[in-house]
Write a protein that binds this ligand. Structure first.
Ligand code: GLV
Length: 322
């Protein structure tokens, strides 16, 4: 009898994923909230056929050296910039991600951040919690309304499209920039128009980053890009931190070059640029894009389904290639 495939889960994931994995293999799962120490992880990887990883894992040559039998890395995330895809491909290791199931949750969060920054909700919360006296006032904490304002979406994938739909419901007009061409029906449904990046930055009232992180998008929003934005505009990032040059953003906010920003992701996560921490014009939340109970369960289940397919000798549902 052949031994059951050995499955290593490097961090805590919802039961919906673990239960499915246990049906097809011998599962070892790190069950604490803090990251697994490298020596413990590597000892488990030594015999692993499968690694189920989180976006906080760096899957590089060091990781792969520890796992000579590995057949698949199933990342429980849509983003896979934590994985050296080329290194995996060189070793014949399949990589999968979890697109689709977190689209709505992430678009909801992007919309929430747009509202939080334009309506100054973080600032209002801080005021009340500070215990400082306050009273309703005609001119107190005025923000800006979204109706008739232009949202510029950088990266019109599934999440960008879902955000466009939400923004449309709030009365915003939408422009976008994307490498892939969006079909005319989708553009018409979303009322979205493709423009070049410069035009998007120069004309949008809110700029939302929804593209993947890669060498190409590293610091896509740098001092020059921020300099193109309107002084009344807001920047929202729910994609990956290093797409924004955080030091340049802190500077731009401090100098009131733009009106505000809202970040769910950070350049050196979990660290946040100290220049941002004292600014009332920035909303800061701790990478919560997919953080709903349903979504995290669906992500874990989809990662496990990819493992099931590969162990059965079939094609994975969500392969990632370089
Ligand atoms: C979250 O950031 C993800 O990539 O799934």
């Amino acid at each position: 009898m052949t031994a059951a495939p050995r499955i290593v889960v490097t961090g805590k994931i919802p039961d919906a994923g673990l239960e499915l994995l246990r049906e097809v293999g011998d599962v070892w799962a790190w069950d604490r909230s803090q990251p697994v120490p490298a020596d413990i992880r590597d000892a488990q990887l030594a015999n692993a056929d499968v690694a189920v990883t989180l976006l906080t894992d760096r899957v590089d040559d060091t990781f792969l050296d520890a796992a000579p039998k590995l057949r698949i890395v199933a990342n429980v995330a849509v983003g896979y910039n934590n994985i050296d895809i080329a290194a995996c491909q060189r070793r014949g290791v399949i990589v999968t991600n979890t697109p689709g199931v977190l689209t709505d949750a992430t678009a909801d969060l992007a919309m929430a951040l747009i509202l939080m920054s334009t309506r100054r909700l973080g600032e209002g919360e801080r005021l009340i919690r500070s215990g400082a006296p306050w009273q309703w006032g005609m001119f107190m904490m005025l923000g800006v309304g979204l109706q008739g304002r232009r949202l510029g979406i950088i990266g019109m994938g599934a999440i960008g499209e879902a955000l466009a739909q939400r923004a449309k419901a709030f009365g915003m007009t939408v422009v976008y920039n994307n490498r892939r061409v969006i079909d005319a029906d989708t553009e018409a449904r979303l009322g979205a128009q493709k423009v070049d990046l410069h035009e998007l930055l120069e004309t949008s009232d809110v700029v939302s980053i929804n593209c993947p992180y890669s060498e190409i998008t590293h610091h896509l929003i740098d001092a020059a890009a921020l300099g193109r934005m309107k002084s009344s505009a807001y920047l929202v990032n729910t994609a990956r931190g290093p797409i924004v040059d955080e030091a340049a953003l802190a500077e731009a906010l401090l100098n009131r070059q733009i009106a505000g920003a809202a970040l769910d992701v950070f350049e050196h996560e979990p660290d946040v640029h100290p220049g941002l921490l004292g600014l009332d014009t920035v909303v800061l939340v701790p990478h919560l894009g997919s953080a709903t109970i349903e979504t995290r369960s669906a992500m874990a289940r989809l990662a496990a389904q990819n493992v099931v397919e590969v162990l059965a000798g079939r094609h994975p549902i969500n392969p990632v290639t370089a």
